[in-house]
Design a protein around this ligand. Structure first.
Ligand SMILES: CC/C=C\C/C=C\C/C=C\C/C=C\C/C=C\C/C=C\CCCCC(=O)SCCNC(=O)CCNC(=O)[C@H](O)C(C)(C)COP(=O)(O)OP(=O)(O)OC[C@H]1O[C@@H](n2cnc3c(N)ncnc32)[C@H](O)[C@@H]1OP(=O)(O)O
Ligand SMILES: Cc1cc2nc3c(=O)[nH]c(=O)nc-3n(C[C@H](O)[C@H](O)[C@H](O)COP(=O)(O)OP(=O)(O)OC[C@H]3O[C@@H](n4cnc5c(N)ncnc54)[C@H](O)[C@@H]3O)c2cc1C
Length: 692
């Protein structure tokens, strides 16, 4: 890349150098970073990750050095090139789906093919018959056809039952007719639809024999495979500039009585019979919503990695950035020189950043557990057993909502913790934050999804017989019986360190969730409160329940398990006392800081007393002290390479200032000739001049 300004090469940052400061931080760690990295990813995934990183870093098409200076059209073209390149590399190196996902994660830019991978393929895989998979999935995997997922409409997104696009069975020709009856039925937002996709999953109301069977998925070819023009009867366009996600062509689409073969209704679960139009019910009404459950589970896992990324940038930068001299405890170099204090040493900075590290670990571990639960569900459902679905839907809905909310808030907190440089694109926060933001809205708006979780829990509580039955089976609501059976219990904490006891933490979280649930049920059942009037409480219930799950899963991850049930990752963790010690501090910080942020609910239930809440704060401060020497090592352990971070502030080597000035010198604005004479007429084009 061209440098437009020559920077004098003899200048270096004042001592101590960033690399020295980070090295000093790393030497303070009480555990082996490589061991923790292995405990997070496992040796196989880590070696695949390293192998793929090497390929991507050295590929000129996937070079990221230019992207901070690009406008939308240029960025979109770059994103298309990089999507094509990943596909070519996948073919050359014979990457499997997991390796493809690693590459996409490292290249880190949504693109025109992203929804093809994340929703089009999984929908056909999950909802198509074997014959449909042969017809659509195989060419889609080979990228001979490119698809998108068109569910949301201009007038409806959250309310899937309210979708207006129709798909009417025509027995005479054995076809469906897809139609947009109103402007509000225009498909809107589908990623990849605007300029790229030639096929789409279209969610449309199935009408057969005059009966409306509600939304179902259909495969519709939308563009000509040779000319790439929209097919007759279909109007398509890009929806225009957005808050972020501008590397993807989100599109709109209108249908004017477009015919597709009956074969194109994805029919793994429900079918329409040839000629008679008879409708065969699915084994569970909501199976056509299956892709959403899958993507929500991925969003939970991704939230952990997004938090790790934000924490990596801000913790490393805070170790390098120095402001003021802390007179009571000055930073002294080996040569005796007193220098300004690293901002990471200020307790306020620690209070802002270390909980983000803790959130990253907590959500990462729950992400793994949810991914496994999803796999278990897929395995069982392939044998016709859908019993896990209700619980999976409830937990993925609430956790998707909670974890993406946490991530969005914390990414912004981390950005702000970097001061002025956090506002520069070179921080690595701008596009990362903008592109992360829609996770709180897509795949179900976060407030709407909490209603799904709360309703599942409330129903369980209302039907107490079924509740005790379910609570034995359900991995997510077993705690409630224990606390509801004895509502006058009190928290046993008598000194701050008692808060470190995992049993105490679980009891506090369990009691608070059970209390909120019981109160809401009382309002609904005995005071006849409407659902709408209870929405704020309902949101609280889902959050309380999901916070319990996060704490529970973290504690579970750290508890000894029988060696049989342990995989390689857990074995590494459990064989290393130093890893367990540091992660226990991280777990405590997560549980206690989250408690403090929601303190009023814990106090209100009467379980925790104001005196105990004072002790809680003392213990949080203690946990921050425990984490301080390990802060950099804990973010390093996530092994997020510079190629992914693309951040001047979060570089592994700490060369923050050298990178800032080098990247600034490449700003194209520095290279153009400007006429700054305010009276210059060159400013105006001739046609504009004529109007003046
Ligand atoms: C070969 C394969 C290969 C490769 C893949 C390679 C790479 C891919 C790799 C990774 C990528 C993966 C993921 C990517 C990560 C990020 C995502 C990137 C991009 C995403 C782009 C965004 C796309 C979209 O946004 S698509 C549109 C999404 N829209 C929504 O989410 C709408 C939200 N609304 C709803 O879901 C529903 O309307 C509702 C749930 C809110 C209400 O539904 P409804 O009114 O129908 O029902 P209710 O009356 O409320 O409930 C009735 C009962 O049904 C139960 N229920 C509801 N939903 C479900 C469900 N989904 N599952 C199961 N059960 C459900 C509900 O609980 C009620 O039950 P009850 O017992 O009767 O009480
Ligand atoms: C970047 C991006 C990419 C997307 N990609 C796709 C895609 O590929 N395919 C696709 O089909 N869709 C896609 N979407 C659409 C997305 O799934 C929807 O925007 C999302 O589901 C929210 O629906 P909505 O826009 O209708 O919000 P609305 O439901 O209109 O929400 C507006 C507000 O009303 C509130 N609200 C609504 N109903 C209730 C209620 N019952 N109770 C309480 N509050 C309520 C919500 O909380 C929210 O605050 C994408 C969206 C974005 C931003």
């Amino acid at each position: 890349m061209t440098s437009y300004i020559k920077i004098p090469s003899h200048l270096t940052p004042s001592d101590p150098q960033g690399s020295e400061l980070l090295a000093r931080e790393r030497s303070k760690a009480t555990f082996d970073v490589n061991e923790l990295t292995l405990a997070l990813y496992g040796s196989e995934e880590l070696s695949r990750f390293k192998k793929i990183l090497k390929i991507l870093e050295s590929d000129p098409i996937l070079d990221k050095s230019n992207i901070y200076y690009m406008g939308r059209t240029e960025l979109f073209k770059y994103a298309l090139r990089k999507d094509k390149r990943i596909i070519q590399l996948a073919a050359t190196h014979k990457w499997n789906v997991d390796e493809f996902k690693i590459a996409s994660r490292l290249v880190d830019m949504s693109g025109p093919y992203s929804i093809h991978q994340s929703m089009f393929l999984p929908t056909i895989l999950g909802q198509g018959t074997e014959e449909q998979k042969r017809k659509f999935l195989n060419p889609a995997i080979r990228h001979e056809i490119i698809g998108c997922y068109a569910q949301t409409e201009l007038g409806h997104g959250s309310n899937v039952q309210g979708l207006e696009t129709t798909s009417t069975y025509i027995p005479e020709t054995d076809e469906f007719e897809i139609h947009t009856p109103h402007l509000t039925a225009a498909k809107w937002w589908a990623g990849g639809l605007g300029r790229t996709a030639n096929h789409s999953v279209v969610m449309a109301r199935l009408i057969t024999n005059g009966q409306d069977k509600g939304p179902h998925p259909f495969i519709v070819q939308i563009r000509d495979l040779t000319t790439h023009e929209p097919l007759p009867g279909i109007t398509i366009g890009d929806i225009g500039p957005k808050f972020g996600f501008n590397t993807t062509d989100n599109g709109f689409m209108l249908f004017d009585h477009v015919r597709i073969p009956r074969f194109n209704m994805l029919s793994k679960f429900s079918k329409v019979t040839k000629g008679t139009g008879e409708y065969k019910n699915p084994p569970n009404e909501k199976l056509s919503y299956g892709t959403m459950v899958f993507v929500r589970s991925v969003i939970i896992f991704n939230a952990g990695l997004a938090l790790a990324r934000a924490a990596t940038i801000s913790v490393r930068y805070s170790a390098v950035r120095r402001q003021f001299v802390d007179k009571e405890n000055p930073m002294i170099l080996p040569n005796g020189q007193v220098v300004e204090t690293a901002v990471l040493d200020y307790t306020m900075q620690q209070y802002r950043l270390f909980p983000v590290i803790a959130q990253a670990y907590a959500i990462y571990f729950t992400g793994e557990i949810i991914t496994n639960l999803y796999k278990q569900y897929i395995d069982q459902s392939s044998r016709g057993d859908f019993s896990l679905l209700a619980d999976l839907h409830a937990s993925t809905s609430g956790l998707k909502s909670l974890t993406s909310d946490i991530a969005v808030d914390s990414i912004e907190d981390c950005r702000r913790s970097c001061g002025g440089h956090g506002y520069s694109n070179f921080s690595g926060f701008t596009r990362f934050y903008q592109d992360y933001l829609p996770n709180t809205t897509w795949e179900g708006d976060n407030y709407i999804l909490t209603q799904q979780t709360a309703r599942y829990i409330i129903h369980s509580k209302q039907q107490s017989e079924e509740f005790s039955l379910r609570s034995n089976e359900s991995p997510t609501i077993f705690y409630m019986l224990r606390y509801l059976s004895n509502p006058s219990q009190k928290c046993t904490v008598i000194s701050p360190s008692d808060f470190k006891n995992p049993e105490v933490q679980l009891a506090i979280y369990g009691y608070r969730a059970a209390y909120l649930i019981a109160r809401a049920v009382d309002q609904i059942d005995n005071h006849k409160k409407s659902w709408n009037s209870m929405l704020v409480e309902i949101n609280r219930i889902s959050r309380a329940h999901c916070q319990y799950i996060l704490v529970h899963n973290f504690i579970l991850t750290l508890q000894p398990q029988t060696s049989d049930s342990m995989n390689e990752k857990r074995r590494i963790l459990h064989n290393s006392p130093s890893l367990k010690t540091v992660l226990t501090s991280v777990c405590n910080l997560f549980a206690l800081h989250t408690m403090e942020k929601n303190l009023s609910e814990f106090l209100e239930s009467g379980y925790l007393s104001p005196k105990q809440s004072e002790m809680l704060r003392v213990q949080i401060s203690e946990s921050l002290n425990e984490i301080r020497p390990n802060a950099v090592a804990l973010v390093d352990a996530f092994y997020l390479p510079d190629y992914l971070l693309n951040s001047a502030l979060g570089r592994y080597d700490g060369k923050v200032y050298e990178t800032m000035i080098e990247w600034a010198s490449k700003e194209p604005l520095n290279g153009i000739t400007l006429d700054i004479n305010p009276y210059s007429e060159k400013l105006f084009r001739n046609d504009v001049k004529a109007k003046i």
